[in-house]
Design a protein around this ligand. Structure first.
Ligand SMILES: [Zn+2]
Length: 133
């Protein structure tokens, strides 16, 4: 799948909805290309209790459920379909799934295609066990 196709898929999955008073979803959409070659989609979930999560982590959760922890490329879009970069929590979350994810490329420009690796967003990631040698 090209970045253009990933972007189209991310936009297709956008579906802003309010589910009653305490829950809304679909305002942000993400597509991850797993190292296994499969594509994983997710949308954000916002709950009044604060237990919602981002589209990126939703997509990554589906990927992990499928037995994959490494992704190669990602596209994230906001409610209007414009490109977004992952929030700080997602950056850390994705890095902790696998250190290999530091090399994963995020689409940051569509025309022309421009990407940045996750490592550029997280030059000094948090490490539970200190610096690895
Ligand atoms: Zn996030």
């Amino acid at each position: 799948m090209t970045y253009e196709q990933m972007l189209a898929l991310a936009r297709e999955k956008l579906a802003p909805r309010q589910y009653g008073k305490y829950f809304s979803a679909g305002y942000v959409s993400a597509v991850l290309e797993g190292a296994n070659g499969k594509y994983y989609c997710g949308v954000n979930l916002d709950l009044a209790c604060g237990l919602g999560f981002c589209a990126e982590r939703n997509a990554a959760s589906s990927m992990v459920t499928d037995g994959e922890t490494v992704f190669r490329r990602a596209v994230c879009v906001g409610e209007d379909g414009s490109l977004m970069t992952p929030c700080g929590s997602c950056r850390e979350f994705l890095l902790q799934l696998s250190p290999e994810n530091a090399k994963a490329e995020f689409l940051v420009g569509a025309d022309p295609v421009e990407t940045m690796p996750l490592s550029a967003f997280m030059p000094l990631p948090w490490q539970t066990f200190g610096k690895e040698k």
